[in-house]
Design a protein around this ligand. Sequence first.
Ligand code: PMP
Length: 453
Amino acid sequence: SNDISEVVEADRAHLWHHLIQHKPFETSDPRVIVEGKGMRVWDAKGKELLDAVSGGVWTVNVGYGRESIAKAVYDQLIKVNYFANSAGSIPGSIFAKRLIEKMPGMSRVYYTNSGSEANEKAFKMIRQIAHKRYGGKKHKILYRDRDYHGATIATMSAGGQDERNAQYGPFVPGFVKVPHCLEYRKQWDVANYGERAADAIEEVILREGPDTIGALCLEPVTAGGGVITPPEGYWERVQEICKKYEILLHIDEVVCGVGRTGTWFGYQHYGIKPDFVTMAKGVASGYAAIACMVTTEAVFEMFKDDASDPMNYFRDISTFGGCTAGPAAAIENMRIIEDEGLLENTVKMGERTMNNLRALMDKHRVIGDVRGKGLFCGAELVADRATKEPADEKKVQAVVAECAAQGVLIGATNRSLPGFNNTLCLSPALIATADDIDQITGAIDKALTKVFS
Ligand code: PMP
């Protein structure tokens, strides 16, 4: 085991953690992850942990310790690490080609440093298109309750978790919320819930005026907002509505993208045709910083020809858009997913996870609902199945802590979001085996018994 006293001291004195409420080093027993291999990480004391959250936020899709990715990044950096603006790079162009091969109907890749920035890029293009085509009128962007699109002011303006965000206001104008589509927490008492939830989007469009709405931005599966898989019929209606009112469809694949749900992209389950797709976490599984905004040739056509058109101006000379480490890692990440059959594995292991969680429902009345797609699964905990009153947040966190004590790291959806922040979240690496899945759900079984009996 390692001596981490210097690390702990430095952290306590100087580091401002992203999620300050976690205060990981202010506990009496701080955890420092010092190594990872496959599905597992080790802390400084040598404790082995099965990681069911892929690095905390659903990122390390191909698992830890991938020498071939590290080597691809090393080889590229030592050749040429960076050049921006006036020249291209080999991995940048090659990854764009490989990515588009997985996205029929899409055509152009724009690199950014983060998911937030990729979403900002799409938002800006939507606004540009409003000016180019509709005299600035069709500039509003619809976003959905419970969805998340990033940490910048504009992406927070499109944030469906705004109870938490209120402190950052005032927000950017022109973002309008539509209702969430979680059937477990019904807002309409109808048989065809998916269609009804999509109709609610149309109602907002009609209320605002269709000639003011430029785009609709949605997560394929709402991640941090509650692991919400849209009900049957939802996407077909969404696509129809977008077509009917000339509204561009922007799908945020920052969590689902590059394999997480068992297809390359979450939207591909539903046969829909987006105009913008953004992605980040899984693109290089956290081995290098890279995110992408992908769009169609039709959108590109609007900009490409006339450089003298002031509406074609791109004010984006991004520092790290010129770093070659990202696309070098992304190429190798994609090769691994293909060569190791990880999409197929994700489908199989996702089904196993869902079956295991459903089996736990028989034993634990505290599980109110089980949802998921591929290896992105959630179990919503309730105090009462009849009223669906959310389980006590402290108890949800106690389940997470108890699993960690058993050597399994699981997550819970956004705890600072009132209402229903009570969903356990599983997103193991796509290399998970049946034994891994059983170990994860076994730990949850024991933890639920311990915390709720
Ligand atoms: N969209 C979704 C769905 C996300 O989950 C996140 C990050 N958690 C983002 C966008 C923002 O990405 P980033 O943190 O890379 O800026």
